[in-house]
Write a protein that binds this ligand. Structure first.
Ligand code: UDP
Length: 214
């Protein structure tokens, strides 16, 4: 079975990284997630990942703290998750690059769209940290933004998700749980992604799907 989509974007919620602990990073859980990502990668998919930070911090849930500062902390949380994903993928032999919307060159590349596309073309998994780089946004919006940006390069290829489509794998949810109405399916080598769907809302573009293991 071939790939329906050559280039995909995964939105991983921070909670997915916490496993049973429900807070912070559970590295065995991260490794398990990365085994799934590796399996998709081996099928030839070009994979970009936007990762959240809710396993550490969400700006809007921090009471009296200045919202902008609280969101800065949230974006730093996404970088911790990005680095752990990169580490787990590389331990499985998958080459990665982390790019952050807020520059922090000592530990990651700054986000440069053309460079990200080039990494994808070379088969590197690109992990985007810091969401949009702006407070008052979420990593869901960041995922929509990056999906739109990395699609532009490849234009009309039918193998590439359209600007408003991306694939989100909510691994924090029980596998097979169907939360959203399926509109189209993505099947590759036993991996079945259902309900690839994009919706515009006042807060931005939301990306939905469900994921079923073989
Ligand atoms: N955040 C932000 N701007 C962005 C993306 C994220 O300020 O573009 C901050 C915000 O505080 C958010 C936190 O980072 O609560 C973690 O992101 P998110 O809540 O989207 O993580 P998830 O729920 O996916 O784990």
């Amino acid at each position: 079975m071939g790939l329906q989509y050559k280039r995909i974007l995964l939105k991983l919620s921070g909670e997915a990284m916490a496993g049973e602990k429900h807070f912070g990073l559970d590295y065995p859980t991260v490794q398990r997630i990365c085994e799934s990502i590796k399996a998709c990668h081996e099928l030839g998919a070009e994979i970009a990942i936007v990762v959240g930070g809710g396993n550490f911090w969400r700006g809007r849930q921090n009471g009296s703290m200045d919202r902008t500062r609280a969101d800065h902390i949230g974006m730093l949380a996404t970088v911790m998750n990005s680095l752990s994903l990169a580490d787990a993928l590389e331990s499985l032999g998958v080459e990665t690059r982390v790019q952050t919307a807020i520059p922090m060159q000592s530990i990651a590349e700054p986000y440069i769209r053309n460079k990200a596309v080039r990494h994808l073309e070379k088969g590197r998994v690109v992990i985007f940290g810091c969401g949009t780089g702006n407070p008052f946004f979420s990593t869901d919006t960041g995922a929509a933004l990056r999906a739109a940006e990395i699609d532009l390069e490849t234009g009309e290829s039918k193998d590439v998700l359209k600007t408003r489509e991306a694939i989100s794998i909510p691994l924090a949810a029980p596998l097979g749980e169907h939360t959203y109405t399926p509109e189209s399916d993505f099947t590759a080598n036993g991996y079945h992604l259902e309900g690839v769907r994009a919706e515009l809302s006042p807060a931005g573009l939301y990306l939905f799907t469900t994921f079923t293991a073989p």
